[in-house]
Design a protein. Structure first.
Lengths: 677, 677
């Protein structure tokens, strides 16, 4: 086992290497942006799937709405991007929604954001992997591998396992593995859009042959006319394109220095690419009259029309890179989920095992939990992207909203801090002869990084405060983040309203439950720390002993246990034997004359053939008769030479240990006897 | 958990009640014969399934061969029954194939028979349950529950669980539960045959409408002409009717006294019923032109023709009782499997846990293992009887052959013993004046019960020996069992030859593997007994101690552990701390001044952030420096108040315990610290 782990995961890495595991902008774009960019592979299709409802109700032009809806989503994306750039500069040490909400809105808001993000990371893995596998099975339509569609769940699980192993190897190696496919996808997708527009310009009649045979409709929708609620549903579905935007602000510390600047630049590039690719795909889908189908994705249909016949190999290149980016997009979560879980664990809201770096300097436990949960989701929803989408965006937009609202509070406090500094500077200037009034502004300031840094040191001069007020732009920032908060909150409401019965309710129920779990775990750790506190204790106290050795006969294992028992409490040892057969017991008593060495032998009856029950009763009786003494149970235990031999021994010992664990004042000691063959 | 167990299984029963749990002939017929009788529900169909191959090759009359084949199988059944009657009288304490083969042919033959029987018991459960569920889904054909066929695996698993619980409640209660359905089945099946024959006589044109649409063919067969090999294949398939015959001879001790006579009478009745029902069903299938079909059993088709229209409710009665008897037939194995497993376990060929009676006086472990394995088989073969049949009869006929061959040796030895007694009696008569020559015949005699009983007492008179020779009939018995052995051996060869590639190979491979496992387990237990023997040991020896307390900080749990450690070895305690953070370690050292009470504190480094590895290395170093001392590791362990809190603690302790278990001369002591909330 140990060597298999080493082969897959690599050798352990020393703690001292931690600081060097940082990413360049190019590698970071490949890792953090793969989620957001890859959503272009399914976002257009998710809009069309809802519009199908109107198309089936007889409105042939319904699919045309995909372009304005895509543009509306892109505008929302611009707002969110600008908002997040501000967060990145204000929180250079990592400003995920959890931290921003906790700092500015309080612990509960932070936990809600944390729960949303955890759910979201899991769904990102499931949706991305499912969509990636759909890209592969789409390419097989019309070939003799068309049956691959039936095995998509196994393909999904295989890819999840693959990424898990890659991530357990460590973050930089993972980045190197993923850079090439990410850039190949961006290149081939931009080629698809550019070449597709040229072909449409040269040959406006080019389109997919109309065929309503296997038309697909979004989960939970039925044919209906094109009213506002349907358009909002299509808009909400398309918002899946925005997922993954926040990953960069969570992981600023993974960038090379200067972290904030590099992260913000990467974020802007990502948004620009995302809008180009997403709107481009929607426009092409409209031009080429593409409808969503059961066995082939929309992107695959577009690429088929554009390339088939004269550049067929490039069609396969598009599908291959799309599949690659989608499968690897899941990697965003494999970076983000364990990092967030460790933040929560350090604050004692999750089990402490999640806080520790594994021997490859990655949070191994978090990676494994993410892999298992996303695998279960893929399996439960049969690896069908359109069934997972209704669960997806609730968590995303909830954390967006909390994060932006937190930033609004943040800028408001910065404004307050600046005012306080101005007052302090004015005081210090007017009363320079009275040093006692030169105290710093009251309380810990919660302004921008620079404001906090300066205010901690000394009350600045009036000129310095004026310079800070000029560069701070807190009013402008407050407005920008305010717009972001309102926009994402509106989308959140639209999403929950349109998708609640289609699956969003699962997440709406799950997030409060997760928050409750966080609080319960936290309360437990706090209580334990309180109970374990050494406050009020004096010196170590002496202990009074009784030792019990349960025996199953007289053999070398029992003799080793008796020898041990006599060594720890020479005059307080009792051997206990359970009588299952009078004749056997009589012989044992005889043999005891020779081997007992003066140890007291107690035989207890067992009318129901149980071994454990009479022993436990005996321990209870002894405990009652000497409540202040510690009772040590010395258990002889066989250690077989081969693992399977354990099945042939020790079941009684095991059961006894489990039952004794819950008795106060009882200590269990295992004296092993090592068997040789 | 405990109360759920009590609700399902009932209260424990005292050992003293063991002798009273015996069965009357009527109850025993219901329990032991249900397997054999219920096979009439599928045996005819299994023959027809093979004949389909010839029918599809154009030989329209092929299905007519079902009657002669059924008669041939019935003749074989008569031979086997007569053979087994002899076994029952020769082995009144229980003469299963395992015991007979072991006594007369040696341990290895006994183990082969034992392995065959175990495999066979598992398959009996799987086949019976699958066929029972097929009876139910057949009755649903043409109703709105026709889709039940798709859920047959879950139905199978439900029924297995039901019988498991019934058997865990104890053998007599299980008998009471099963008597009514068994007799209802016999009654309704005999009515079906009788009324069917009458209707055919009154209306010879009555038949199933010809329809080749969903004709079914046996697993692995293809259309081919009717040659000898195909006929042998059909015969081999039909031999599934013989399974279960041996159950009575295995369980003689469950009968009321006189056990042998009651058991033999029950066996004869069972055989008579079996032949009547099996041949009757085959004749009706021929008369009514019934062909095997995908969604309906042959018996269901016969009953539909006979009863539909004027006695439709009796059709449903036939199907219901058939389903009931089949589901309950599995009960034969739930009586036989655990009993055989306990015999093997007492001889140390299986883990000793299988030898013990549970608290309801049944072999609980064996029952649970049987339930799990048969459930897995049903699941693996999708609950399809015809796919399980090729695996079925290998084990049955292998154990038949070994058992009969063992009886041949048995009678041969009885003949030898009688000759020896005649010589002894002649000597004692001719040399009455010389008492020293009156010794009993040499060695332990292995003759019939009566011969053994008498020969143990005294050398009888010549007249007495002559009476014994008249009543013994050992020559006749030898011939009968010889014919049985040859007949079953021939069928075994036919079966393996015709079914090997269709699945029988699985069992042919499995049985030797099981025998190997038996031998390996036996060798292990013998070696352990040898290693544990107290031979050569003197008095208890004194032990020299070193105690190590691994600590994670200073809190009440650690202080309890230190107090305990000082009490067992006041001057030899070392506390060990793993340094993960220099600053934290420095603070600990300071605190140690107050709390250490003179205990030596050792800090070890951990460059790879592991807690266990540096500790284990420290233990190894100490072990090397003092190889003759016992090292006790005192581990502080939290006992949370609620089970889920275990997830938040103790992982390091658990891992450490596992690793320490395999070090010689190291004793692990857990000092529990009970948390309160």
């Amino acid at each position: 086992m140990a060597s298999l782990k080493r082969l897959l995961v690599g050798s352990p890495i020393r703690t001292a290497r931690l600081a060097h595991e940082r990413l360049t902008k190019k590698t970071a774009l490949a890792i953090f942006a793969s989620d957001a960019l890859s959503s272009t592979a399914y976002a257009t299709e998710q809009i069309l799937l809802v519009l199908t409802a109107a198309y089936l109700a007889g409105q042939a032009s319904a699919f045309g709405r995909v372009v304005p809806i895509s543009i509306a989503i892109s505008l929302l994306l611009v707002v969110v991007t600008i908002s997040y750039r501000q967060t990145i500069f204000a929180y250079p040490s990592g400003g995920g929604a959890f931290i921003v909400a906790k700092d500015n809105l309080g612990t509960l808001a932070g936990l809600v954001a944390g729960a949303s993000l955890l759910v979201d990371y899991i769904l990102t893995v499931s949706v991305s992997i499912a969509a990636g596998v759909e890209a592969i099975t789409s390419a097989m339509v019309g070939t003799r591998f068309a049956g691959l569609h039936e095995h998509r769940i196994w393909l999904c699980l295989f890819f999840i396992a693959f990424i898990t192993v890659a991530n357990l190897r460590g973050v930089r190696e993972a980045g190197a593995l993923f850079a090439a496919p990410s850039y190949a996808f961006i290149f081939s997708f931009l080629c698809l859009i550019g070449y597709g527009l040229i072909r449409y310009y040269l040959n406006p009649g080019l389109a997919v042959a109309p065929n309503d045979a296997d038309l697909k409709i979004a989960e939970g929708y039925h044919p209906q006319s094109l009213h506002l609620f349907l358009l909002l549903g299509a808009f909400a579905n398309g918002c899946a394109a925005l997922t993954g935007i926040e990953a960069i602000s969570n992981g600023i510390q993974a960038f090379k220095q200067p972290e904030s600047k590099n992260a913000a630049t990467t974020l802007s590039w990502m948004a620009l690419l995302l809008i180009t690719m997403f709107v481009g795909a929607s426009v092409l889908a409209y031009f080429f009259n593409v409808h969503p189908r059961e066995h082939e994705t929309v992107i695959s249909q577009i690429a088929r029309v554009v390339f088939t016949g004269h550049l067929t190999w490039f069609y396969y290149a598009v599908q291959a890179t799309t599949a690659a980016i989608l499968v690897l997009a899941a990697n965003t979560s494999f970076a983000g989920f364990p990092r967030l879980a460790s933040l929560l664990a350090r604050d004692r809201f999750l089990p402490r095992q999640l806080a520790n770096l594994g021997d490859r300097l990655v949070f191994s436990n978090g990676i494994i939990i993410l892999a298992v949960l996303s695998g279960v989701l893929v399996w439960a929803f049969s690896g069908d992207t359109s069934r997972l989408i209704p669960l997806y965006a609730v968590g995303v937009f909830l954390s967006f909203t909390l994060s932006q609202a937190g930033m609004v509070v943040h800028w408001w406090r910065e404004g307050k801090a600046l005012r306080a500094m101005r007052v302090a500077a004015a005081n210090s200037a007017s009363a320079a002869e009275n040093p006692s009034s030169m105290a710093a502004p009251a309380g810990r300031l919660s302004g921008s990084f620079e404001v906090r840094r300066l205010s901690d040191q000394q009350p600045g001069s009036l000129a310095e405060v004026a310079r800070l007020e000029r560069t701070s732009h807190w009013r402008k920032s407050l407005v920008i983040n305010g717009i972001g908060a309102i926009a994402t909150c509106v989308v959140l409401i639209v999403f929950v309203a349109t998708k609640f019965i289609h699956g969003a309710w699962v997440v709406v129920v799950l997030i409060p439950l997760l928050v409750l779990m966080f609080l319960k775990i936290h309360r437990h750790y706090v209580q334990v720390a309180h109970q374990l506190s050494t406050e009020g204790l004096g010196q170590l106290r002496p202990i009074h002993h009784q030792v019990i050795v349960p025996i199953s006969g007289i053999h070398r294992g029992v003799i080793a246990a008796l020898e041990y028992a006599k060594s720890i409490a020479p005059h307080h040892v009792t051997a206990v034997y359970v009588n299952l057969d009078d004749e056997v017991t009589r012989k044992l008593r005889e043999k005891w004359q020779q081997w007992g060495s003066g140890v007291n032998l107690v035989v207890v009856a067992s009318p129901y053939r149980s071994l454990a029950r009479p022993l436990l009763n005996y321990v209870d009786r002894m405990k009652r008769s000497a409540p202040n003494e510690v009772i040590t149970i010395v258990l002889p235990e066989f250690v077989p030479a081969k693992w399977w031999q354990n099945l042939l021994h020790n079941q009684n010992t095991l059961f006894l240990k489990g039952a004794l664990l819950f008795k106060k004042g009882v200590v269990v000691t295992n004296v092993p006897y090592h068997l040789e063959h």
